[in-house]
Design a binder for this molecule. Structure first.
Ligand SMILES: Cc1ncc(COP(=O)(O)O)c(C=O)c1O
Length: 343
């Protein structure tokens, strides 16, 4: 029978490994529920309203996963046979098993996102290509924070410049970690998402809820999204049981993300000390992810595991460490010692 790694291990593989807090478990047990297929689940409705308010949009939709939220946004905002501009290493491009091609019939026009953000000039160039027999650009996707680049948060200026580079083209923000971005940038989530037509956030990552993401945008877009959620099999029934944990996540788990960011920064300093050429600049580690490319990644993962520390790999040669609610100072110290001793 599969089992979770022992709680004695320091699990830095992902921020998705967090378990619901006692407050979440209580809220789940006591949740008021109804059939959300009939629009009758008050807890789901409360969660959707709370998220829409936080990100400054008219309406929101609760969905089982961040991937589904991205897919719904692409299906609603982009048309089959058109191009979606996105960074080459964004989740919607690289980590969703080709879903956008399969679900929405779109073609990605990918841009360099090595630094996490997109170059407005490259976005403008992509939008001009239609005049040269290339597909019309119907959507721009940004990822904030950018996971594969090491949790890079966008500044408001960078977001505004990219949105302005393709006038009239909607922007979808994969804000799986939007709250990390806002905490790091010292802005509100609404300000961070202001240029986006739609924005999605995962409740099940650093915010610790067991399940679910929320997609927000204009009311008519979210209504269409509701139909797409049905088509993808994502409509749920007494989903208030899990939405209740999401409400706790939004109410009480956001401000503490700063602690995860401080611990990630310490990990980044240790990584940069130990492997100066592995591409990790601690000054750019502003949220909860540390991404680097050591010479012998598999051996490193084995070494860390022998010290009770679990790390993950994002791609061949690329190691990721994620801090989260279940990584405390003692676990951090254990990871720092293991990194310093790495062969
Ligand atoms: C940036 C980003 N977007 C979307 C997702 C998808 O979320 P889920 O795993 O809930 O489908 C993830 C998950 O790791 C992510 O990191």
């Amino acid at each position: 029978m599969p089992s979770a790694p022992s709680p004695d291990l320091v699990d830095l593989r992902s921020d998705t490994v967090t378990r619901p807090t006692p407050e979440m478990r209580r809220a789940m047990a006591e949740a008021e529920v109804g059939d959300d297929g009939y629009g009758e689940d008050p807890t789901v409705a409360a969660l959707e309203e709370a998220y829409a308010g936080l990100v400054g949009k008219e309406a929101a939709l609760y969905v089982p996963s961040g991937t589904m939220a991205n897919q719904i946004a692409v299906r609603v905002l982009a048309r089959p046979g058109t191009a979606v501009v996105a960074g080459a290493r964004q989740h919607v491009v690289a980590f969703e098993a080709g879903a956008a091609a399969r679900n929405a019939g779109v073609q990605f026009h990918t841009l360099d996102d090595g630094a996490g953000v997109l170059d407005p000039a490259a976005v403008a160039y992509a939008a001009e290509l239609e005049a040269y027999h290339q597909p019309e650009v119907s959507l721009v996707c940004v990822e904030n924070t950018h996971m594969a680049a090491g949790g890079v948060p966008w500044s408001l200026g960078e977001l505004a410049a990219v949105a302005a580079a393709a006038p009239g083209v909607p922007v979808h923000m994969d804000g799986a970690r939007l709250f990390n971005a806002a905490v790091a940038a010292g802005t509100s989530p609404a300000a961070s998402a202001a240029v986006a037509t739609t924005v999605m956030s995962c409740l099940s990552k650093g915010l610790c809820a067991p399940v679910g993401s929320v997609l927000a945008g204009p009311a008519d877009v979210i209504e269409q999204g509701r139909v797409e959620r049905k088509r993808l099999g994502g409509a749920m029934r007494q989903a208030g049981v899990i939405a209740a944990a999401g409400l706790v996540a939004l109410r009480s788990m956001v401000d503490r993300l700063a602690e995860d960011h401080a611990r990630a920064r310490r990990l980044a300093e240790a990584v940069a000390d130990r492997w100066p050429a592995a591409g990790c600049d601690p000054d750019r580690v502003l949220t909860n992810l540390v991404v680097f490319s050591p010479d012998h990644p598999e051996a490193l993962l084995d070494h860390l595991a022998s010290h009770g520390v679990l790390a993950g790999m994002l791609a061949p040669g690329v190691v990721r460490l994620a801090t989260h609610y279940d990584v405390h100072d003692d676990g951090l110290e254990r990871a720092l010692v293991a990194i310093a001793k790495a062969p």
